[in-house]
Design a protein. Structure first.
Length: 422
């Protein structure tokens, strides 16, 4: 299918959208959402958050060439940072030459926590709670008959003892299979429902009852081979691995390394109406889980000298419920993405994270990050100077040629252009 998208970046937004309509069964009405009223009617926005005065649109683009587990996906992204979509597409195209991405996602098991304090006898509390586990799970599952009817719901309860500065705490971790939903509201409702039972059985008091965003039971993985012949040969592979080693041993570099992964992942998460803050919190916490802060990706050299890239990332996302179901543009994004389950969605997200990271490391270890950013940065500068329509491309060319990408110089160029036209 990808031959139909050759030169996609050269098309106008209207031409790109027309092509997507043909592939993704997007109606004319849905297409209009992308070009009229920013895709979010004011009355709907007013019901989503407080004190609404309008909506704030971000660019909505698509990354191409993603083949994940032998299925092709056009990947919607909502992001303001330039080069991200182009970089992800470039990396996916390189991976496509070796068959694309292989990915796996576990069941959607979320962790909800009840904090028990002032427990008089922890050993006795453990015995009483675990002996009553089935009854506690039954109470939790009474909160969401629909989820249980679809095969989900609370599946287990685990206990952990931790010591705080104020004293010991007994933590009850409720494990909930949320199926295709992100599940935060369901889990939090269940926690509040079982709290009286836990207080009575432990003799203590409940304090916090809240979902954890460290989703260690929702860790998706992906891998791909990146051919040395498509990235500049063995010397580039070696420089690339030096860059990886830097992130492995230095948390200052690792933080930026992981931010690059999230550039891609968050773009897709935002397009689909998911919670980007939950993903970022979980990803960074997982990077430091049980060891010093580390990269979420690993790379190695294959016997043929190519690069094998791998990623593990926790992904607490949903395909139904909340904003994913009610935001008009999120519904369009789901059509474009074309996944059949939240598991498949997580597999695509993991592949996007790996692709974005690979592209960033390749640029950093060869030409540097600025070259890829330069044209789009110059475009932003031209717009800031007041360039409009066809003026933008002309100003950008002049800025890059002169090596002076500043608002002042863009204003000079623009003034010259307009005086010439007069």
């Amino acid at each position: 299918m990808w031959d139909k998208f050759a030169g996609f970046y050269r098309l106008t937004p209207a031409e790109r959208l027309l092509l997507l309509q043909q592939f993704c069964e997007i109606s004319d009405e849905e297409s209009a959402l992308l070009t009229e009223n920013q895709g979010l009617p004011l009355d709907l926005a007013d019901h989503m958050v407080e004190n609404v005065i309008g909506s704030f649109p971000y660019p909505f683009g698509v990354a191409l060439y993603f083949r994940v587990n032998e299925r092709d996906h056009i990947v919607p992204m909502v992001i303001e940072e330039n080069s991200v979509i182009a970089a992800a597409s470039k990396a996916a195209k390189i991976a496509l030459a070796s068959g694309g991405f292989t990915a796996q996602a576990p069941e959607s098991i979320s962790i909800g926590q009840v904090q028990l304090i002032e427990v008089p006898d922890e050993d006795e509390a453990r015995t009483q709670i675990l002996d009553s586990k089935s009854e506690i799970l039954e109470v939790a599952n009474s909160c969401d008959a629909i989820l249980v009817g679809h095969g989900g719901g609370a599946v287990d309860l685990e206990l952990r003892s931790i010591q705080g500065s104020r004293g010991p705490m007994l933590i009850a971790d409720l494990l909930v299979d949320t199926k295709d939903a992100m599940g935060a509201n369901t889990v939090n409702t269940m926690l509040e429902a079982i709290s009286p039972n836990l207080e009575a059985l432990s003799g203590g008091k409940t304090c916090l009852r809240i979902l954890s965003n460290l989703a260690v039971r929702r860790v998706a993985s992906a891998s791909a081979i990146f051919s040395k012949d498509l990235i500049g040969g063995e010397e580039v592979v070696d420089r690339f691995l030096w860059a990886v080693d830097f992130a492995e041993v230095d948390p200052f570099r690792a933080a930026t390394h992981n931010k690059g992964i999230l550039n891609g992942v968050i773009g897709v998460v935002q397009a689909t109406g998911n919670d980007s803050r939950a993903i970022e919190a979980g990803a960074h916490a997982f990077a430091a889980y049980g060891h010093p802060y580390k990269p979420l990706t690993t790379y190695s050299k294959t016997p043929t000298g190519d690069l094998l890239g791998e990623i593990q990332i926790p992904l607490m996302v949903g395909r139904i419920g909340g904003i994913t179901s009610i935001h008009p543009l999120a519904r369009v994004a789901w059509k474009i993405l074309n996944v059949n389950s939240v598991g498949e969605f997580c597999e695509v997200l993991a592949a996007v994270g790996l692709a974005q990271n690979f592209a960033a490391l390749l640029a950093l270890s060869t030409e540097g990050i600025q070259k890829g950013h330069m044209k789009l940065h110059a475009s932003n500068i031209a717009l800031m100077a007041g360039a409009q329509n066809d003026e933008v491309d002309v100003v950008v060319e002049r800025l890059i040629a002169a090596g002076k990408i500043t608002v002042d110089y863009a204003s000079e160029v623009l003034e010259e252009l307009r005086s010439r036209d007069c």
